[in-house]
Design a protein around this ligand. Structure first.
Ligand code: AHR
Length: 310
């Protein structure tokens, strides 16, 4: 199935290969390199992808989790190539440094789909598409909320893993709208402990900070802990704006500990399954599949919080 699929993709042909109807019934062998289980968003993303790529859906999944290590993900991709999977799904921990291994996948005729985060590459045809949120828009929407509701606030930007698509996109978006309000920034690595420790240090370094823009909910919850530990009141002395929309994040929003949350939806496993099936069958797919997200404020209801799956 896959040799034909890649030939069609490379030729840029917009039709499915002949015999595609019979091939739809075939099992699609997928190698999925996830980079971590660092928090609740990532766990939900992994669960959604694994459920959608189950044998009942016609998939055979080789799954790997690499503890935030790019070298481990490169090794994953080489193993998937050696195993001759039909298609590779890569959730890249950082943006840079993928060209060599993606060139190997391309030479082996195995298409790659980026999951969640994007990459920077000079390699033509490095990947078929990327499915995931628009991180820049998330940062812009958080910035617009700050501009409108806290125009005089002095902002500490609690960034995600440096060099990751989620960090660079959210930073660029926020800075484009409210960058002049940022007095300091540091990374908390997208983890709750990182968010707590880095915010504690920031409140000492910049005592006049009165708003934290956290690149995800886990770090935002850590920031709230640090604000309290510093003897200051979250939501009163220091406001916290965040991205994700986890159940715990929305509970903190309803309780007044967070101000505003831009949603980043991790549960796109079914959409990914459709894309992988099409790519493996040699169909053309859009270069980019955007997973939409809404925004939450203090009007969030108990029913909305209970309905969260993560
Ligand atoms: O890449 C998406 C981000 O990664 C999510 O916002 C965050 O929670 C996760 O670590």
């Amino acid at each position: 199935m896959r040799g034909l699929a890649v030939a069609v993709l490379a030729a840029g042909v917009a039709v499915a290969p002949s015999g595609c109807g019979e091939q739809d019934d075939e099992v699609v062998r997928v190698g999925f390199s996830q980079f971590a289980a660092e928090g609740s968003w990532r766990a939900a993303n992994t669960a959604s992808v694994r459920a959608a790529l189950a044998p009942a859906g016609g998939f055979e999944l080789e799954f790997s989790d690499q503890e935030q290590k790019q070298e481990g993900q490169v090794a994953d991709l080489r193993r998937f190539i050696a195993d001759d999977v039909d298609v590779i799904a890569l959730a890249p921990v950082v943006q840079d440094g993928w060209d060599e291994v993606l060139g190997e996948a391309r030479d082996a005729g195995i298409p790659v789909v980026l999951v969640d985060r994007g990459i920077t590459t000079d390699l033509p045809g490095a990947y078929a598409t990327r499915i995931g949120a628009d991180f820049r828009s998330e940062g812009e929407r958080a910035g617009r909320w700050v501009r409108e509701h806290a125009p005089g606030a002095r902002v500490f930007e609690l960034q995600g893993t440096l060099g990751s698509g989620a960090q660079t996109g959210r930073q660029r978006g926020f800075d484009a709208v409210a960058g002049d309000q940022v007095v300091g920034a540091a990374t908390g690595g997208f983890t709750r402990a990182g968010g707590r420790d880095v915010t504690a240090a920031a409140l000492e370094a910049w005592p006049d900070v009165d708003l934290v823009f956290a690149h995800n909910d886990d770090m935002a919850l850590g920031a709230v802990e640090a604000v309290r530990a510093a003897g200051r009141r979250p939501g009163v002395d220091v406001r916290v704006v965040s991205v994700d929309g986890t159940r715990e994040g929305l509970r903190a929003l309803a309780a007044g500990d967070l101000e505003h949350v831009v949603e980043c939806d991790p549960a796109f496993g079914e959409q990914l399954a459709g894309v992988l099936r099409r790519v493996a069958a040699g169909e053309r797919v859009p270069d980019r599949v955007v997973v939409p997200g809404r925004e939450f404020d203090r009007t969030v209801t108990a029913a909305e919080i209970d309905a969260r799956t993560y």
